[in-house]
Design a protein around this ligand. Structure first.
Ligand code: ZN
Ligand code: ZN
Length: 270
């Protein structure tokens, strides 16, 4: 064997080793993330059960909208004491120290800007808002829930008013639903096109997928310059769409990169 070939082979072996190491690290990170997710979910679900009977005290805090163009409620309208109560429990579950006042301040920050600087707290705040939204959704009459999403042209959730970026293709024929990660509401939607801007021009959308994530597609839309995720449940049955969305986050990064590249190219052309 020539020296050159020898070196090349060594390099290849090394790169395979590095890849395996990276994969192992990612797998470990993912399993830690999964454990953290399950813990927070359990706290939230327990809290929802425990507070189901306390609903009447909070119910007055939420005025369910009758208007066709508006969602039944918004996260803004959720009772703050309930959000803070659940948030405190989520913090306690992971032994994070935070004063009630600090949480109140962060909640105001979130309401004003739609985000908070503390990323770790943001995850738990999001869990808290989602938990209370699910509790609020549970008080809606069943017929209201059934009709939520009919003749609904908006990209926000008809129940909680949050933006949704998930579509589901259900067996057996691939009927398309939209899923709200915040309150868990599902409603039927058009089979084709962009769920964000409504464009039905097939040439406007690109579908990105990776062999690593069977049954998951990212739909990139040129009309609105945005993207959403689609889970084909015929190909891959799922128990928890919220977790699946988190697990497949690398696809979001790929889509963002892809959109940034596309923007650069179109910038050069014009
Ligand atoms: Zn919702
Ligand atoms: Zn679009």
């Amino acid at each position: 064997m020539k020296e050159d070939e020898q070196t090349e082979e060594n390099e290849q072996t090394e790169s395979v080793d590095t890849e395996l190491k990276v994969e192992k690290l990612l797998a470990e990170e993912m399993s830690t993330a999964r454990q953290a997710y399950e813990k927070l979910l359990e706290v939230s679900e327990t809290w929802q059960k425990e507070n189901a009977t306390r609903l009447s005290t909070w119910k007055r805090g939420i005025a369910v909208s009758e208007a066709k163009a508006r969602s039944y409620f918004t996260l803004e309208q959720l009772p703050e004491d309930a959000v803070l109560d659940l948030w405190e429990k989520l913090n306690a579950a992971v032994e994070a120290e935070n004063s009630y006042e600090a949480m109140q301040e962060m909640l105001s920050e979130y309401k004003a800007y739609g985000k908070i600087r503390d990323q770790v707290q943001l995850t738990r705040l999001y869990f808290a808002l989602s938990g209370v939204a699910r509790l609020a959704k549970a008080q809606l009459e069943p017929e209201r829930l059934e009709t939520a999403g009919q003749d609904w042209e908006h990209s926000i959730c008809p129940v909680c008013g949050e933006e949704t970026r998930l579509a589901l293709l259900a067996p057996p024929v691939g009927k398309r639903y939209r899923f709200c990660q915040t309150c868990g509401h599902e409603w039927a939607t058009k089979r084709v096109g962009c769920i964000l801007c409504g464009s039905e021009q097939a040439s406007e959308q690109n579908y990105l997928h990776s062999e690593e994530y069977p049954g998951v597609e990212i739909v990139v839309c040129h009309n609105c310059g945005d993207y959403f995720k689609e889970f084909d449940l015929r190909e891959h049955a799922l128990a928890d769409y919220v977790w699946e969305d988190m697990r497949t986050l690398p696809l979001n990064f790929a889509a963002e990169q892809w959109l940034a590249e596309a923007a650069k190219t179109s910038g050069k052309l014009s």
